[in-house]
Structure formats: C-alpha cells, structure tokens
Design a protein around this ligand. Structure first.
Ligand code: AMP
Length: 485
C-alpha cells in the first residue's frame, strides 16, 4: 500500500515524503482511514510501530480546514489535545506534529512539567491549534486559566497503560470533564487492562478497535543472551562487554533512579562516555542526555524503565539489562528499541542468582528460553544484600522508579536478601583487574554515601511526571495478534 492511497491531503503527503517514508506501517494503514472518517478509535500499539504518524497525519488532515497564516491568536484556538505520560514522549510527539505539519499553517506547542511555565504561557497566548501535554502541567495551566478547551475537537490519549501505571488517571478524568463532549477521541495503549477499558468506556464513543502488535511479541531479529553473574560483579562484566566492542552504543537498563546515576558515574570514571536518564533529572538534563546519546557523544545511556519508555531511538542494536525488570512485560518494552524494522539487535541480560525468578517470568512471557552464556572470570554465586555494595543498581529496600521495592514483592519468588560478610574475591579478567584508579572490586563501593531519598518521590519541579507509587500491573489479556516489523 502507498501513502497516497489513504486520502491524505497533498501538503501532508509532501511532509511524509520529506520524512522519507515510502509505505504506511500496519498501524498507519489501519488507523488513518478510521480517523479520517471521524470515528473514535482504540488502538493497541506500542512505540516503534509508527503509531504517532498513525494519529498525527489524519488529525492534521482533519484540522487543515482551520489552518490559517493569520497572526491573530483568535484564529488559532486549541483544536486538538494530545496527552502523553512523559515529557520525553510529549516532546517526541510534538516533534512529529511539527515534521508532518511543515507545509500546513497549523501551530503546536508542547506542555510539560519541570520547567518554567512562562514560555509555555506565552506560546499558548499566541494561539496553538495542537497542544501536546503531560497531564499534570496541563492542569496547572487550567488552574491558571492560561489554556482554553472550548474549541477542542480532538483528544488523543497516548500510552494509556503507562498513564495508568504513573497514577495519571484521575488527572485524565479531570481533563476529560473540561472538554466539549462533541469531539473525536483516540486512545492508544500497549495493553488493555480492565481499568483501561473502563477509561475507554467514558472517553470513547463506539470506538473502532485496531491492533497491530500483540503485546509481548519480540522481534525475531533480536539475539537474546543471559550472562549469569553475581550482583557484585555486574558492573565489571558490563565494562568487559563495553571494552570488548568499543564501537558499540548501548542502552543500559537499571531498576532504580539512584542506580542509574551511580552506574553512569562509575562508567565515566572508567573512561566510558555515559549519561543517565531517570525521572528525577531536570528536563534540560534529560534532553541533553538523550541528545548526547542520539548524536553518539555518549556511548552508553543508563536508564530506568519509566524514563526510557517511549524514547524514540532509531537503529539501536544493543540493549543491556543490567538488572532484569520486576515486571516481565517491561523486558519486551526495553528491547522494543532494538531489532526494529527487521534490523538485527542484541538484548543482553546480566542476571544474578537472585533474579532467577524474574528470568523465569520473562521466559514464560516471551515463550522461549534465553541462551545462557557464562563468561569465565565472573563470579556467578548469590551475593550478599545490597547494603552499600556498589554493583547493585539499587540498595536493599530501595524503591524502584515506580515506587516499587527493587528487591521483589511482585509475586515473584525472590529469595529474601540477607546481609552476609564480604565474599571471597574471584579472579577477574584483565579488563577488569586493571581498572583505572586502582579500584578494588572486592571492596564495598561508596559505602559511606548517604542513602538517597526513596525512589518514586517527585523531585523539585517534576511534580507531574515523577510517577507516584505504582499499582501492580495486571498481566492483562491483550488484543489479538500483531504483525511483526
Ligand atoms: P512511533 O512508533 O510513532 O514512535 O514511530 C517509530 C519510528 O518510525 C519513528 O522514528 C518514525 O519516524 C518512524 N516511522 C513512522 N512511520 C513510518 C513509515 N511509514 N515508514 C518509515 N518509518 C516510519
């Protein structure tokens, strides 16, 4: 199928052509006609499927009748509201809006927390037809009366399941109550729990249901590998892998905010350009980190699941799970960034004995056993509890970014972590044994550092996007099959 068979306007097709797209992706083929026909839509699709263009292109087409080059703010009321769970996703969506609307005089703005409101207020005052926003900050604007929803015709809720995870549903309901009832609404979610269905019931009218990717399907072009290693030797193994392939750019997943910063700083000290991204970083820091990684300046981006969700990092061949996620589905989300569009990718997981339960859950979910590759020189025995041990992404009892305890409590059968004495040093391979700065891997790392604030609590200025304590995600029944990219 070709883009010009979809009925989009010549201006929009020109932008699609400029973006270098030749064929619509499966979600675009299904979603675009539904949205053009003015129907509500409930879409099952994950990031990486092309879903953003799937709703932005037809939305722009339908808004084109309002397009105006007039400088008057009155000619540019808010017509479309796109809600996203994280700043990063909101920014990416708004970037897409700008890309696809470049030949149409429609204006957009991105509204998110953690930054001064004044610039956003100034843009809203000038008039913007398309507002892409995170819910908390949008409500701040509602409170300050700096945004007006009277002319809203379209509402898009992107990554609704993540909105639910992050505790945004009350905010969403509040926003819904402020919108005109006569509007077209679209809801996208990778998963469909009962709560999402309930939300869809109040938000959508006779929606068309489309789906393109069965949740928990992983691309066949990805090579999965597990390296068993004690928690205390993980970072040395990571360093070994990085040194082994000096040209490799890697997205590394860690379970906690504190763990990401700590690992990233440690890698920097070992001479590896690295940056960390998590919910407590300022907006500028997060943007800079992502840019540094995308431009290749940073070789490694260490991220939490929440911060990485929705990141549009093209052609990323390597993902390393420094710690396995506590929710098995997040393994699929994490590696969704590699192996896109049939390209080859690697998903390597460093798995400590304490994480065996998580590994079993993941293998059950993806329905195959991941190859186990033991690397000589790395201890694989169960380690002591996290107290002050540098290799752990999080300390014992530290909360994950979603406010979960990083050491279990999710129905997985984790062995309780009990503090033991230091372990017998093991023979490390040369890349590890000769670390700069005379680092002794057998000694506790930064043991005297103060215990950080519990993860999951909002940092200053990040009120709306730092997720509150997250309820356990039910392993919801998904919509049916999806085409693999
Ligand atoms: P999304 O799932 O919306 O985050 O999109 C994932 C990536 O696919 C983005 O980098 C888009 O620019 C790209 N993309 C979207 N539609 C197409 C298409 N029809 N052909 C090629 N790439 C696309």
């Amino acid at each position: 199928m070709k883009f010009d068979e979809l009925g989009l306007s010549p201006e929009i097709l020109r932008a699609v052509h400029d973006a270098g797209y030749t064929e619509p992706t499966p979600i675009q083929q299904q979603a675009i006609p539904v949205v053009l026909a003015g129907k509500d839509l409930m879409g099952g699709a994950q990031t990486g499927t092309g879903k953003t263009a799937g709703f932005v292109l037809p939305l722009l087409h339908r808004l084109q009748r309002h397009a105006s080059s007039s400088p008057s703010p009155a000619r540019h009321p808010v017509r479309a509201l796109i809600l996203a769970p994280t700043r990063e996703l909101a920014m990416q969506v708004e970037e897409s809006v700008k890309t696809y609307s470049k030949h149409v005089p429609l204006r957009s703005v991105c509204i998110y927390g953690g930054v001064d409101m004044r610039a956003q207020i100034a843009e809203l005052k000038e008039g913007r037809e398309i507002v892409v926003a995170t819910p908390g900050r949008l409500l701040d604007h509602v409170q300050q009366k700096t945004v007006n929803f009277n002319s809203v015709e379209f509402l898009v809720l992107d990554e609704a399941d993540r909105m639910l995870d992050m505790g945004f549903i009350p905010d969403i309901k509040r926003i819904l109550s402020l919108l005109p009832t006569s509007r077209q609404s679209l809801l996208f979610s990778a998963t469909f729990s009962d709560e999402i269905k309930k939300l869809a019931d109040v938000m959508l009218k006779a929606p068309q249901l489309i789906e393109v990717a069965r949740r928990n399907t992983v691309s066949e072009t990805i090579t999965h590998r597990v390296h068993p290693v004690s928690a205390d030797h993980k970072r040395h193994l990571l360093l070994h892998l990085l040194k082994d392939k000096p040209d490799m750019q890697v997205l590394v997943f860690v379970g906690t905010k504190f763990g990401t910063s700590r690992l990233s700083s440690w890698l920097e000290r070992q001479g590896i350009n690295s940056d960390a991204i998590h919910g407590d970083k300022s907006q500028q820091q997060r943007t800079d980190a992502l840019e540094a990684f995308k431009s290749g300046k940073a070789r490694v981006l260490v991220a939490t699941d929440v911060a990485a969700r929705g990141l549009d990092i093209d052609d990323l061949p390597h993902v390393i799970n420094y710690e396995l996620p506590s929710v098995a589905e997040d393994y699929v989300h994490r590696i969704g960034r590699t192996g896109r569009a049939g390209k080859k990718g690697d998903a390597t997981s460093l798995v400590a004995p304490e994480e065996k339960g998580r590994l079993a859950d993941i293998e059950k979910l993806i329905k195959f056993k991941i190859e186990l590759v033991e690397l000589t020189g790395f201890d694989t025995s169960a380690g002591p509890a996290g107290e002050g041990r540098g290799d752990r992404g999080g300390r014992h009892g530290e909360r994950g970014e979603r406010g979960e305890r990083s050491s279990g409590g999710h129905g997985h059968k984790h062995e309780p972590r009990v503090a033991h004495g230091p372990k017998t040093p093991v023979q490390l391979p040369p890349t590890v044994a000769h670390l700069p700065g005379g680092f002794d891997p057998t000694k506790p790392y930064e043991a005297s550092k103060p215990v950080p604030a519990p993860e999951g609590e909002a940092g200053p200025g990040a009120k709306s996007e730092s997720p509150p304590r997250r309820p356990l995600r039910p392993v919801a029944a998904l919509l049916g099959g999806i085409g693999k990219k």
